[in-house]
Design a protein around this ligand. Structure first.
Ligand code: SF4
Length: 170
């Protein structure tokens, strides 16, 4: 499988600043919570453009926070294997999707309430990821992160499609 060349340099050494900015702005004015959509959309767009999990390795402010900040206080223990199972990853994906879709259904067209719901999902997942990162490896959240997992599923589907196309042509 040929790899697409990477169009930009990694910003993961400092991209956690975006996450801190997001929380500060959202505390000041809850409408900034809607920016959480960027956090969801960018990884998926990059994956759909054929860059796989480029967001995870080069961009993600959350991954950057776990890697650069949480790592300083992490106990570095191994995450229990249960968190790595496909079932658990799908469950986390479905739960997050339900929270996000439920948020839209409950609050549409009230943008402030939707932004607040988005902020709550971002805060809850960030809190879980940070607690796990402290007790286990700093980037434990990434093991089952619904966004990273979705990007993997998109990549897998694209690879399968390419294989099918190739075998159809040969
Ligand atoms: S797995 Fe999730 S939290 Fe980790 S780097 Fe990827 S998108 Fe960010």
């Amino acid at each position: 499988m040929t790899r697409k060349s990477i169009p930009f340099r990694s910003i993961q050494d400092w991209s956690f600043i975006f996450l801190i900015l997001f929380f500060v702005l959202s505390f000041i004015d809850r409408r900034f919570g809607i920016l959480g959509l960027v956090c969801l959309a960018v990884p998926l767009i990059l994956a759909l453009l054929g860059y796989g999990r480029l967001h995870c390795s080069h961009v993600c402010p959350r991954g950057s926070f776990f890697g650069k900040v949480v790592s300083r206080i992490s106990m570095e223990r191994k995450l229990p294997p249960f968190f790595r199972t496909l079932e658990f990853r799908y469950a986390a994906l479905v739960l997050m999707a339900m929270c996000l879709v439920g948020n839209v259904f409950r609050f549409y067209p009230d943008l402030t309430a939707m932004a607040n719901g988005m902020f709550q999902v971002m805060t809850a997942s960030f809190a879980v990821g940070t607690i796990l990162g402290i007790f286990f490896k700093p980037r434990s959240w990434c093991t089952f992160c619904p966004i990273g997992f979705s990007a993997s599923l998109i990549k897998e589907a694209q690879d399968q499609h390419k294989i099918r196309r190739k075998s159809g042509n040969s």
